[in-house]
Design a protein around this ligand. Structure first.
Ligand SMILES: [Zn+2]
Length: 499
């Protein structure tokens, strides 16, 4: 994005003084280090899928019930995802050959049909070729046009099915609906040496696996990735198994809490794994490119940052936490395994705190529609501001004055935070206005009630989705503040008056 010079200068000020959003300003990009064009040697081996030893899937297993969702058609990006599918569990068996940039995959998807119908529809990138699809073990006809994978089969509302999709190809990222400076495509991205990584907000998971790629559908994941040794593949959750065989490494990852597709991550390369532990006892893993070992030292601040966040938000909501470095220029709150570009800015303490705050706000509780991405970014940005004020020995008011100095321009450029221009996803308007709203709310109701509400919301119904239709009435009830206050901050074309 080409920002105006004035806005760029203001953003730089905000970055230096108050930290910023995931969106790295243009000027900071130039000042920070860019990802290394690494001199890593590409392994020459060809990866193939190991024999499938998984037990036969049982979609009626009650262990899948926590992944039951109520998918809705997204109001901002309706062409992605299908609300007639409620995916429960993705078992992805993947093999990546760096020399040819080829991905081979078998996706076994346990799902619920939310309606009676004659087909099931998932998203899958056009660049990937599907060889077979089975439903409950029997071959079924399918059509794969563009990114739409349509399987012809009668389905019954609330019945559960097992869909298995075999596919392969050279994955391609997809255009991102944004004008941000730090990314213009999302999904599977390859590095010059044959490594791969992915960031996929607001969508783009479909560039590497068949998926109901919308935020309102959470699912459980088991991802196993085979790559030529010594490279490894890193994904969400816990590393439950790692096998070396025939010059290949197969890493198996288990995510035990349901996640929306945009919160899934993958990194493939020559990684070194280290860890430390927060005072509260959360072990934090760091997966850092082996040719950038120094990066891990700075990341260890995450343990201190997590303690700070837990004091504000309550116990960390998941059973594992890690950071996965990649060649992007962004930070992304991928669930339990945060994805960070290997730049000075995106590995800074402020960004670590921001992405960890999202584990409560965005991941534990996730908007069911992209119109409510302010629910994620507003609180992450506010908490980052509170943290920054403490670091600097300043008042939060001072930090908020800085946010306010450019909030109006962002609102004018990209629309109100909760009614933004769909071609400008994730711009500053969804970060700073809502952060200011939280501070105004805090001043109105006092610290005690404010932080009570901040803690209670994600814990109220963890591992689910909710949008403004649930959140705002709940806030009104908890705080006694008029709905008009929130609507004003979220929907007004101009910045509301601050107290
Ligand atoms: Zn964020």
């Amino acid at each position: 994005m080409r920002r105006t010079a004035t806005l760029g200068a203001l953003l730089l000020t905000a970055t230096l003084v108050a930290g910023c959003s995931d969106d790295e300003p243009d000027s900071a990009t130039k000042a920070g280090s860019t990802p290394s064009a690494s001199a890593v040697e590409t392994p020459s081996g060809t990866a193939s899928l190991p024999a499938d030893e998984d037990p036969a899937p049982d979609p009626d297993d009650p262990a899948l019930d926590p992944a039951l969702s109520q998918p809705v058609e997204d109001s901002v990006y309706p062409d992605v995802g299908d609300p007639s599918v409620d995916s429960l569990h993705y078992d992805l068996d993947l093999a990546w050959t760096p020399a040819t940039l080829t991905l081979e995959g078998v996706a076994t998807i346990e799902l619920r049909s939310t309606a009676d119908g004659d087909h099931l529809q998932l998203d899958l990138g056009e660049a990937l070729e599907v060889s077979t699809v089975t439903l409950d073990g029997a071959d079924v006809p399918f059509e794969h046009t563009g990114k739409d994978l349509v399987v012809s089969t009668p389905v019954v509302k609330d019945e559960r099915y097992v869909l298995e999709v075999h596919y392969s190809g050279i994955p391609e990222p997809t255009a991102a609906p944004t004008t941000r400076s730090d990314f213009n495509t999302t999904g599977w991205t390859t590095t010059p040496d044959g490594g791969a990584w992915t960031m996929q907000e607001p969508y783009g998971a479909f560039t590497w696996y068949p998926v109901n790629d919308q935020p309102s559908d959470k699912a459980l994941y088991d991802i196993s990735i085979t790559v030529p040794a010594p490279w490894v593949g890193v994904a969400n959750g816990e590393l439950v198994d790692q096998q070396e065989h025939d010059g290949l490494t197969t890493s198996s990852w288990h995510l035990s809490s349901p996640a929306s597709a945009y919160l899934i991550t993958m990194g493939i390369g020559d990684y070194t794994h280290t860890s430390n532990t927060s005072k509260s006892g959360v072990e934090i893993s760091y997966w850092v490119p082996s040719d950038r070992p120094g990066l891990a030292d700075g990341l260890e601040y995450a343990a201190t940052g997590l303690d700070w966040l837990e004091a504000k938000l309550g116990p960390y909501p998941f059973d594992s936490l890690g950071f996965l470095l990649n060649d992007s220029r962004s930070g992304m709150e991928t669930q339990t395994m945060i994805s960070l570009g290997a730049t000075d800015y995106t590995t800074s303490p402020a960004v670590l705190v921001h992405e960890m705050a999202h584990q409560w706000y965005g991941d534990e509780i996730t908007p069911d529609d992209w119109r409510d991405v302010w629910m994620n970014e507003g609180m992450a940005m506010y908490l980052q501001g509170v943290w920054q004020a403490e670091q600097d020995g300043r008042s939060v008011d001072e930090v908020m004055d800085e946010y306010a100095s450019f909030e109006m321009m962002m609102r004018e450029e990209s629309g109100p935070p909760a009614a933004y221009d769909p071609t400008q996803f994730g711009e500053g308007n969804v970060y700073y206005g809502p952060a200011l709203m939280w501070h105004e709310l805090r001043k109105q109701i006092g610290d005690e009630l404010f932080f009570q509400v901040v803690r209670d919301w994600p814990a109220r119904d963890p591992d689910t989705n909710a949008g403004r239709d649930v959140y705002l009435p709940w806030l009104v009830e908890q705080t006694g503040v008029d709905r008009a206050f929130f609507d004003d901050w979220l929907l007004s074309p101009t910045t509301p008056e601050r107290s």
